[in-house]
Write a protein that binds this ligand. Structure first.
Ligand SMILES: C[S@@+](CC[C@H](N)C(=O)[O-])C[C@H]1O[C@@H](n2cnc3c(N)ncnc32)[C@H](O)[C@@H]1O
Length: 336
């Protein structure tokens, strides 16, 4: 999310159009102007661990699941359409009667479209444009949420067609199995066993595939920054949990996942952040995997063919081989 939107959302308050009150912030992050405007009056709901941690370290009250009703709500629009509709509706549902909801998002994310859609459900009280962002606000006028229920339903996990899995709109590949992960699973090597890590586990497709195919996996650790996805992994893996030890870590993989403790690490590493390609993020995952594997431990992962990960691997692994390749993906196996 751009810092710009976190500055712009404070504008109606700094201009005296709205009064600061006790309230909440949905999908925000730490910003000095937010802190200067609202002090400690907001509780921040955030399920993306790095942002949650930045807010927490700044002394802002944080939660992964907003509760209660409040006089003021701030909602930052995300790049996921259904998630954003759900967040706006949830924010509205957490307002006390007469409470004010302020939404802000970048124009490039379609902020004006959300503004028009919201205006059809409740009269807007005001709007502003600044720094390529749009802010609009409204007050909760009615007790019943009937008009908002279609949007509220996007916050509910839904089945992924032709699979036994569920996922929540907005999380990675929430409506289908990712093609890269599918390619990886089709070319996993034999012998995956012992203590295994899945870095960036999403809603659990790789982990489920590992547990169902490799009975010699004694312990599987899932690491995922987005709690909404990790909660779905928990639900998707629940039927397998009695037989093997499965551990769920809501964490930023860039902070490390241990030293020398894993026999195998399997991953489909992210290489985008907020829609922008970030190859460094994927490379960091591989370096973190290298540190977390025991000597002789193995890393197997999938990447888009064009991504230059071989250089990163050479620094920390003894051998690297290509297990499979097609027009789009490659599956690499590296031994520490
Ligand atoms: C390419 S997806 C793979 C998801 C899942 N393994 C699958 O196969 O469907 C990468 C995952 O990494 C997560 N992620 C991104 N940055 C992360 C970080 N810094 N720490 C932990 N997980 C992260 C994303 O939320 C996403 O679920």
């Amino acid at each position: 999310m751009s810092q710009g939107v976190l500055d712009v959302i404070t504008l109606p308050f700094r201009q005296g159009l709205l009064a600061v009150d006790e309230g909440f912030l949905i999908r925000g992050d730490f910003s000095p102007s937010l802190e200067a405007t609202f002090g400690r009056s907001l509780v921040a709901e955030q399920t993306y661990q790095p942002a949650f941690e930045r807010l927490r370290q700044a002394g802002i009250r944080t939660t992964a699941q907003l509760e209660g009703r409040h006089s003021l709500g701030l909602c930052v629009l995300t790049q996921h359409k259904l998630e954003t509709f759900a967040n706006i509706a949830r924010a509205y549902s957490h307002l006390s009667n007469g409470g004010v909801l302020v939404c802000a998002g970048q124009n490039s994310l379609g902020a004006a479209t959300y503004e028009k859609a919201v205006a059809k459900l409740a009269p807007l009280l005001g709007s502003l444009s600044k720094a390529k962002c749009r802010i609009f606000w409204l007050a909760r006028a009615e007790e019943d949420l009937d008009a908002w229920s279609p949007w509220l339903s996007y916050a509910t996990p839904r089945p992924i067609a032709n699979t036994p899995f569920v996922a929540v709109p907005g999380t990675f590949s929430w409506d289908r199995v990712d093609a890269g992960s599918e390619f990886l699973v089709a070319h996993l090597p034999p012998g995956i066993a012992g203590v295994v890590g899945d870095l960036g586990a999403g809603w659990g497709f790789l982990s489920w595939s590992l547990l169902t195919r490799y009975p010699a996996i004694r312990q599987l650790d899932l690491f995922e920054a987005e709690k909404l996805a990790l909660d779905m992994a928990r639900a998707n893996l629940a039927p397998l949990g009695d037989t093997r030890q499965i551990r769920y870590h809501w964490s930023d993989v860039r902070d490390g996942v241990g030293r020398g403790s894993y026999d195998w690490i399997v991953t489909n590493p992210p290489f985008h952040r907020e829609g922008i390609q970030d190859v460094e993020l994927g490379a960091t995952f591989l370096n973190v995997a290298a540190a977390a594997l025991r000597s002789g431990g193995k890393l197997v992962f999938v990447a888009n063919r064009h991504l230059p990960y071989e250089r990163t691997l050479k620094a920390s692994f003894k051998t690297v081989s290509v297990l499979a390749e097609n027009g789009t993906f490659k599956v690499l196996l590296a031994t520490k």
